[in-house]
Structures are given as C-alpha cells and as structure tokens.
Design a protein around this ligand. Sequence first.
Ligand code: NAP
Ligand code: ZN
Ligand code: ZN
Length: 349
Amino acid sequence: MAKVHAWGAAGAGKPLAPITIDRREPGARDVAIEILFCGVCHSDIHQARDEWSGATFPMVPGHEIVGRVVRVGAAASKLRVGDLAGVGCMVDSCRACAPCGDGLEQFCAAGPAFTYNSTEMDRRTPTFGGYSTQIVVDERYALRIPDGLDPAGAAPLLCAGITTYAPLREWGCKPGDRVGVVGLGGLGHMAVKLAASMGAAVTVLSTSGGKEADAARLGATDFAVTRDGSAFTRLAGKLDLVIDTVSAAHDYNAYLGLLRPRGTMVVLGVPTQPTPVHAFSLIGGNRRLAGSLIGGIAQTQEMLDHCAAHGIVSDVEIIPIQQINEAYERVLQSDVRYRFVIDLASLRG
Ligand code: NAP
Ligand code: ZN
Ligand code: ZN
C-alpha cells in the first residue's frame, strides 16, 4: 500500500478538501500512473453532492485521468514505464459476461468497478478517482494516449470524449447529417468537434447566447438560443440526430420536435428529476428517444485514435486543485469554456 495525496468530499455536498488515500502495490497486470491532469466532469458534482443517491464517502472524484506510467507489473505488456496513459470511468469489470465480451464493460452484468464512488470487483475496496497524485489500475482498463495529443486537452476525452463519440457511432453519424447538440458545456463542446470531424453539419442549441462565436470556432455551422422559442419553429423536423447533454431539467418534447421522421434524440445529461415525454412526441414521425452511457474500453481507444488523427482535444481551463470548489460553482453556472482540468502538480508541491 502507498499513501497518496488527494482531494475529496467527506460527505454529501461538503466542500472538497485534502485527504490521504491508499493505493495498492501494482500487481502482475497493473500499471501505476503518476497523474498529470484530471478533468472536472459535471458527474463529479452530481456524485459529490449525492444527487444520484447511494454515494459513499469520503469520495475522491475524477474520471478523466491522464498521467505517466511509472511502474508496470511483470505480466503487463500494453504500456511501458514513461508512456502517457489514460483512465476513464471504469477501472475493472468481471470480464466474463456477455457485455464484457462485447466491449460494453460499462454494462457488465456484475456491475463494473467505476473509477470512484464505487468498489473494486471484490465489492469491498473503495475506488478513488483522479483528484489525486497516483492511481493503480489493471492495464486492460488503461488507455494509450496517442502521440501528439496535448496531455491536459486529452484528459476530458476519457469521459466527455467517449460519452459523445459512442452515440455518434451508434446512430451512424456521417457526412451530410444534421446533428443538434443541446448544451455547450464539457460534453457538448466535444460532441460538436466529434460530429464535425465525422462530416456532420452541427447546430448548437444553447441557453447562453454568448457562446455563439465559440460554437462556430468549435465547428458548428448553426446556433440557436433555446430561451427564444423561435428556434423550435425554425428547426422543426430538420435534424437527423440530437445529442442532449443538459444536466438540468428541460422539456424533451420540445427537442424531439426538431427531429426529422425516424430521427433519434440521445439523452446523455442527467437531470435529477424525471422528465415527462408525451407519446405523440415519439409517434409523430416514428421518432426515437435513446440514451447512452460512456463507452467501452476498446471504443475509448478508438475514440482517442480518432482524435489524434483529426487533431481533436478538449478546450480546457487549467486550474490548481486548490480552486476545485470554485470550479464546481462555475460549472453549475454554465461558466466554463469548456472543461476545467486540474493540474496535479499543484498537489505534489
Ligand atoms: P456541463 O459542462 O455543466 O455542461 C452542461 C451544459 O448544459 C451547460 O454548459 C449548459 O449549456 C447546459 N445547461 C445547464 N443548465 C441548463 C438548464 N437549466 N437548461 C438548459 N441547459 C442547461 O456538464 P457536462 O460535464 O458536459 O455534463 C452534462 C451532463 O451529462 C451531466 O448531467 C453529467 O452528469 C452527464 N454525463 C453523462 C454521461 C453519460 O455517460 N451519459 C457521461 C458524462 C456526463 P448552455 O450554456 O449551452 O446552455
Ligand atoms: Zn464524466
Ligand atoms: Zn462483466
């Protein structure tokens, strides 16, 4: 066991503060990673505030991890000491069930070991995330960060990147498609970049009129402010795919109305309250309402390689860990352009 510096929440809604956690000695198939950068996902806030219930404390959030491999187990072969490696939302799964076999470890029948607010597969040892200086993980769940990707900008790819890449692939995003991205935050700005890289024409639907120029710079060709109801008239029936990243309550019916017949709206954001959906919103036009949860390990690697090929990283605002509580407040105000990333040098002293 190694004692590792971290920042965590002692209880639901408590401010994050320094704590010390244990990391295991690397086993035969493990890699030990010195964490360089960790992105701040809105899911970190939901969980640190126990908005999804069942949270366990102390909690060290963080599942957008990029670092340097410092030790490898005797039987590990995927990564070498000195490599840049990533860890996303999962650190283990049963590896034997049908979803694990299909590369959908996030749906492991036994329940995956999530990177934090979860347990290892022994179902006893708590997992702690990337707001820390080091992590030890089976190399099967570690990703190779391709050459040429900026390490800080690559960190958010491990959650925001794969979470938006997976539904674009699932629903066959291709050149000429019209894709709507709802909410221009961490997930939303990655959805814009990734959909544009697949050849889609992207419309950003935002509550923040001030983000229009950014949307264009990120690759969108159209922008609509959703507080202004006219957007829903102008775009009615126009979109092939809607990627909904909004973290707060909003009306799914209004966005379903933007789909062409047989178009699909994919829910990624997690408002804390259920949202009523009228049957006519789906029946009219055989529209589809779908969801998507992060993505499997092989597809995460595919996404990283796609990003390297297309020169895509996240737009980041780098902060020291000491600013994490203020960063949470700014995320809640939709005031982040477009992902906070913690520089863990600030925790190493
Ligand atoms: P974020 O950076 O806070 O972005 C969310 C965006 O939603 C905001 O920037 C804002 O964009 C918009 N928004 C916020 N409040 C709104 C409101 N009241 N009405 C309408 N729009 C609003 O968060 P994120 O990290 O991208 O995460 C977004 C959501 O996805 C969270 O709920 C998170 O837990 C969830 N998530 C899901 C998965 C998954 O696997 N499905 C993975 C990661 C995260 P505008 O300013 O443009 O309106
Ligand atoms: Zn996340
Ligand atoms: Zn499994």
